[in-house]
Design a protein around this ligand. Sequence first.
Ligand SMILES: Cc1ncc(COP(=O)(O)O)c(C=O)c1O
Length: 401
Amino acid sequence: MTDQSDFDALGFDTRAVRAGIERTHFGEHAEPIFMTSSFVFESAAQAAARFAGDEQGFVYSRFSNPTVQAFQDRLASLEGAQACLATASGMSAILATVLALVKQGEHIVSSAGVFGATAQLFNMFARYGVQTSFVPLTDPAAWAAAVTPQTRMFYLETPSNPLTEVADLMAVSEIARRHGIVLVVDNCFSTPALQQPLSQGADVVVHSATKYIDGQGRVLGGAVLGSRKLIEETLLPVLRTAGPTLSAFNAWVLLKGLETLAIRMERQCANALEVAHWLEAQPRVSRVYYPGLQSHPQHALARRQQSAGGAIVSFEMGGTDDASARAAAWRVIDGCQVLSITGNLGDVKTTITHPASTTHQRIGPAARKAAGIGEGLIRLAVGLDRPADICADLARGMDRA
Ligand SMILES: Cc1ncc(COP(=O)(O)O)c(C=O)c1O
């Protein structure tokens, strides 16, 4: 099969291992890596036609590359998108999306609970005349109230980093549609294995492929997905000119990552649920945030919108004030002998992070407070480690707390 639409009738698992393949004349079975900066033309006329876009074909790897194309086609197939553009990182996917969709004098409404660098990026755009309002993710009325005649883009993560809040995609997309606003959803935490936002009203999906799509913490990558018109006419000119494109090698790693995405997510979600239940029973834990728990405020919505709760579990160590809450959280982290203390997530190795002092440090105390990120908060990205080992590791630090 070389026409990618031929894959549409196949199941998710089959598309995850086969979509995007266009075999060369060597008949290789595994996907090849095309490590080449540029492509050779048969003549000057062909070069001119390719550069003008009058003839299909590869030109230069900043514009496109066969391995990158294979990754894009496979991810598009899994997200149910007409088209995909891969980027060098998740942040460059978000940057390219803003550059392509929003111009000076226009306005973004973003959920307050987003990855720290995303909030910082939006704030940086103020210097280019683009203002951002931050609203509570879970309150559709707040999204509606924040709309101005200049609003061009709604931006959210669901579940959000690090509190796993869940947005009502249908409700927010309805508001966006009413005002002609583009809804962009960061699908990093759920991945297409659990949720496909384009089928629930989103116009654009962005990814940090660095996370679950790689799944083994090896490379950085990102992607933007949406309609063919939006991707090819609006995003592509920005991306090929500005240049934060994905390398062929990283695309290959991510392409192979997609093959095991669904089974990794299934097991990691099951492990996360087990750890979340255990955390709920710990007297020193004041709150657990996990959409798969009945105690989660958007549990019912998450059940409708996602096929599982995800693999991120956050929890709060109680304290009498900020300093004691931070000390308790750090003691838990420092007590770990198995879990990896690192800012990344989505790895098969379980990772543990203190968001207030790491991933969300630079947004400052006021923005952290608005986003509900306290000093006692710990984020776990549950991997393939045995849940009992994860709990035992956490218990060591908790006993010291
Ligand atoms: C939800 C979310 N979006 C985007 C990013 C940025 O991705 P990258 O680090 O690949 O630039 C991250 C990184 O942690 C993230 O957690």
